[in-house]
Design a protein around this ligand. Structure first.
Ligand code: IDP
Ligand code: MG
Length: 151
């Protein structure tokens, strides 16, 4: 079963939106398999956003993600990477569809509330970066077979 990394960014934590944001993923039927609340070091921020290091916004992105605590979650489910990205919405909230997290709750491309892995291979790498193996919990949920046949 596929897994993905989700981060409620500092703006989501400061705006008391952690439960609202993670709740949208939970009520969709996705299974929580990891959860923690933490400060992000500059080293972790730079590794997480390494693909953007040549971008003009890299400095402000690292400053933003390290500015205040974040909530980090791992979710599991069928096609979870693509499903979560569709719930999150487009990177720039100005173009995010209503009904998505960013389209309903955000206005600014930097302060767009949530990170979600963009492909299964990046999800695996990001989960390994943010979670120790024993922090990810494999468990049977009693409702799994009501949510997806392959659970
Ligand atoms: P994503 O979060 O939708 O995957 P990416 O293109 O991977 O978007 O960019 C990572 C993060 O960098 C975005 O979520 C946003 O916070 C920030 N970002 C992206 N583009 C810009 C920009 O043009 N200006 C400022 N920040 C940006
Ligand atoms: Mg991205």
């Amino acid at each position: 079963m596929e897994r993905t990394l989700v981060i409620v960014k500092p703006d989501g934590v400061q705006r008391s939106l952690v439960s609202s944001i993670l709740g949208r993923l939970e009520i969709r039927g996705l299974k929580l398999v990891g959860l923690k609340f933490m400060r992000v070091t500059p080293e972790l921020a730079q590794r997480h956003y390494a693909v953007h290091r040549e971008k003009p916004f890299f400095g402000e992105l690292v400053a933003f993600i390290t500015s205040s605590p974040v909530a980090v979650a791992a979710f599991e489910g069928p096609n979870v990477v693509a499903v979560v990205r569709s719930i999150v919405g487009a990177t720039n909230p100005a173009a995010s569809a209503p009904g998505t997290i960013r389209g309903d709750l955000a206005l600014d491309v930097l302060h767009n509330l949530i990170h979600a892995s963009d492909a299964p291979d990046t999800a695996q790498a990001e989960l390994a970066l943010w979670f120790q193996p024993d922090e990810l919990v494999t468990w049977q949920r009693d409702t799994d077979h009501w949510i997806a046949a392959e659970s």
